[in-house]
Design a protein around this ligand. Structure first.
Ligand code: NAD
Length: 271
């Protein structure tokens, strides 16, 4: 289904860790649609090596960068512009990590050092990436910057823990920085609020199995997969969505607007 929607477009894709990663699927589809890009991930994530296979497959290069480190980010943008031969048309931020979630710390007992680390990685890094791009004037007019988020930013999902707060912050950054990008460069900034998806980050959330099955039954169209998400991301990088900005876009098979589904009700009828 390649229509060359991204022909001639250049970008940076953060967050492809393995084949399950949402960023991995987006990279594959962006390549199919004619985009050229640089792949990046935290230096520790490079050890797994899988990203090199993706680079080969998509004729891209890999530049390691910790998204919380401004020097790394500056070098990344410099190398990307050099390699791609000019400014960028799209940036994907597909990064998330909570130390409290990883270590099973309950929300009522958060460790604040861990909270700060997770907040920096998951939310502030989006500002960092945009600030670097902004100062370098790295984006072409009508470019598109995108991050991934989850509905726990609006509604409580107890085991999502401090990631809920990180996502609320991330979405706010998209609006706040999106204003400035729009005015100066006609660049759009959005977040996709994606269904629960079986990836390394997703599966790390306590009770993920129940969580994803419940969402499936609550969504008239069923959960959106990582592949579905990649299709949606392509439209947001393409010229077909040029006036969509500062939005949190639910991509969840209808979950966010469903009060209850018949399938869920049926399970409680005999109680
Ligand atoms: N999986 C889900 O259920 C789900 C649902 C909604 C939103 N999301 C969001 O989608 C995005 C991608 O996650 P995923 O589900 O594909 O999982 P994933 O584990 O494949 O991707 C997370 C990525 O973040 C990277 N990362 C962590 N720390 C970093 C740092 N300091 N610098 C640079 N990169 C760093 C990891 O290396 C990894 O590639 C995240 O923002 C996540 O919160 C996921």
């Amino acid at each position: 289904m390649a229509n060359n929607l991204l022909a001639g477009k250049k970008g940076i894709i953060f967050g492809a860790l393995n084949e399950d990663s949402i960023a991995w699927k987006i990279a594959e589809k962006a390549y199919e649609q004619g985009a050229k890009f640089v792949l990046t991930n935290a230096p520790v994530a490079m050890r797994m090596g899988a990203i090199n296979n993706l680079a080969e497959k998509t004729e891209s290069i890999v530049v390691p960068a910790d998204a919380t480190n401004m020097d790394d980010l500056n070098q990344l943008f410099e190398k990307a512009e050099e390699h791609l031969g000019g400014k960028l048309d799209f940036v994907l931020h597909s990064i998330g990590m909570s130390v409290n979630v990883r270590k099973g710390k309950h929300y009522t007992e958060l460790n604040y050092d861990w909270l700060e680390k997770g907040w920096d990685v998951s939310a502030v890094s989006f500002h960092r990436v945009m600030q670097v791009a902004w100062k370098r004037e790295a984006m072409n007019d009508w470019g598109s910057i995108l991050a991934l988020t989850y509905i726990a930013a609006q509604r409580t999902f107890p085991d999502y823990n401090d990631m809920a707060d990180n996502k609320a912050y991330l979405e706010s950054i998209a609006r706040s920085f999106g204003y400035h990008w729009g005015v100066r460069n006609k660049v759009r900034v959005n977040t996709i609020s994606q269904s629960p998806t079986p990836t390394t980050a997703g599966s790390g959330v306590k009770g993920f199995g129940g969580f994803i099955n419940y969402a499936e039954k609550m969504s008239p169209l069923g959960n959106a997969t990582a592949d579905d998400c990649a299709d949606y991301a392509i439209t947001l990088f393409s010229d077909l969505s040029r006036k969509v900005t500062m939005q949190n876009l639910f991509h969840d098979g209808g979950f966010s607007n469903t009060g209850v589904s018949n399938e869920i009700i049926e399970r409680f009828e005999d109680e």
